[in-house]
Design a protein around this ligand. Structure first.
Ligand code: NAG
Ligand code: NAG
Ligand code: NAG
Ligand code: NAG
Ligand code: NAG
Length: 338
């Protein structure tokens, strides 16, 4: 019997009222496919969550025909533990992972994952991009072979994410935080999320004629730092229109342990050039605006990738037989100091 559609975004036929759900989702004969889209560091800066400044038409359109969660929480605001938590359906207290440094099957318990459950029940399960966090937290294999029918796919251009591919005002290439690029100009002439979309579409094409249903997880890298995205998306967010964090000051009496000195952005060349003092030195207001501009532009770039993927699903006439779920691993704080 098909897995229940309840609780998933994009249940086929679901038009926004819980009472509609059962009949519509059961009208499809046979098991439904699953397309799980996971995004990295996307807070709800989206039109569908009421943020009028953000251009996210494709995600908004998906939301408009979906169940949109208004009260959902990341179990831990760090990639690896959040992903392990929702992919095993267990809290970090159970997976015993709060950071990056252990594999739950060895360290906590041999818990099944959502894709593993589908795989063990006749589905072809496939991972594209960043689904599990790489490294020891998924045993350097994205939890293969347990979770996936085939070796997971990783875009080849991912290796350039932190290298000198961002052209600065000096005309030289740098490893920057802010990295709007001319895609034709970067190594391999492409970006990781573009490659992931292309691979996901190739897999959907193969699955169109498959006798088995599929579970396809597509993990996008943006809007995680560095903000390396096609430069045309920057124009959507003129600097003069970018608002600043409403409450940018470090609160008086804040315990040091509660403060994040954002070491992850300080090591970028463009941030280093600002000579910020550690740990509390403020980021210049102009640069705060540029960070926010590039975060928002990265979201719009991500949104076009989601649009391409969902159009392909439509073109292949798979939308009616596919449950679409869309989730971020956690948000992004823009309070102190950006
Ligand atoms: C963990 O679970 C998998 C899949 O159910 C199984 O193949 C494996 O033998 C288990 N490992 C241990 C140590 O129990
Ligand atoms: C983790 O990966 C290693 C190397 O491939 C493998 O020997 C080991 O069995 C894996 N751990 C589990 C729990 O499957
Ligand atoms: C920028 O702000 C101005 C004034 O509010 C507005 O007219 C314009 O449409 C905005 N531009 C964008 C791209 O949002
Ligand atoms: C940062 O420090 C370097 C070396 O002292 C100096 O050349 C540069 O102008 C400083 N940059 C800013 C933005 O203050
Ligand atoms: C998908 O379902 C809708 C509503 O039930 C129906 O109108 C449409 O023709 C279906 N499309 C395909 C390609 O099956």
């Amino acid at each position: 019997s098909p897995p229940p559609c309840l609780g998933w975004l994009g249940c086929p036929g679901f038009s926004g009222h819980a009472g509609d759900l059962t009949e519509a989702s059961l009208s499809h004969a046979g098991p439904l496919n699953v397309l799980l889209i996971i995004v990295d560091d996307l807070r709800p800066s989206l039109g569908c969550y009421g943020d009028k400044a953000i251009r996210s038409p494709n995600i908004d359109q998906l939301a408009s025909r979906s169940l949109l969660f208004q009260n959902a929480f990341a179990q831990q605001a760090v990639c690896a533990p959040s992903r392990v938590s929702f992919l095993t359906g267990r809290r970090p207290d159970t997976t015993r992972l709060y950071d990056f440094n252990s594999y739950w099957r060895v360290h906590a318990g041999n818990f099944s994952t959502i894709p593993q459950y589908f795989k063990e029940n006749g589905y072809v399960t496939m991972s594209v991009g960043k689904v599990f966090h790489p490294g020891i937290s998924s045993n350097y294999s994205d939890d293969s072979p347990y979770s996936w029918s085939f070796p997971p796919y990783h875009p080849s251009s991912e290796k350039y994410e932190n290298t000198k591919t961002c052209r600065g005002p000096d005309g030289q290439l740098h490893a920057n935080l802010l990295c709007p690029v001319d895609v034709a100009d970067v190594p391999e002439g492409t970006l990781p999320d573009k490659q992931s979309t292309e691979q996901a579409i190739r897999l959907l094409e193969k699955m169109k004629t498959s006798a088995s249903p599929f579970f396809l997880a597509v993990g996008y890298h943006k809007p995680h730092i560095p903000f390396r995205y096609p430069k045309e998306f920057q124009k959507l967010y003129p600097l003069e229109n970018i608002t600043l964090a409403p409450d940018p000051q470090v609160p008086a009496g804040l315990p040091p342990v509660a403060y994040n000195p954002w070491m992850d952005i300080r090591q970028r060349e463009d941030v280093q050039a600002l000579n910020l003092s550690v740990p509390y030195g403020p980021i210049p207001v102009d640069f705060q605006r540029k960070i926010r501009q590039s975060y928002f532009a990265s979201i719009s770039y991500l949104d076009t990738q989601v649009g391409h993927l969902l159009s392909a699903l439509d073109d292949l006439q798979l939308t009616n037989s596919t449950i679409i779920a869309f989730a971020s691993d956690h948000g992004k704080h823009f309070q102190i100091p950006w």
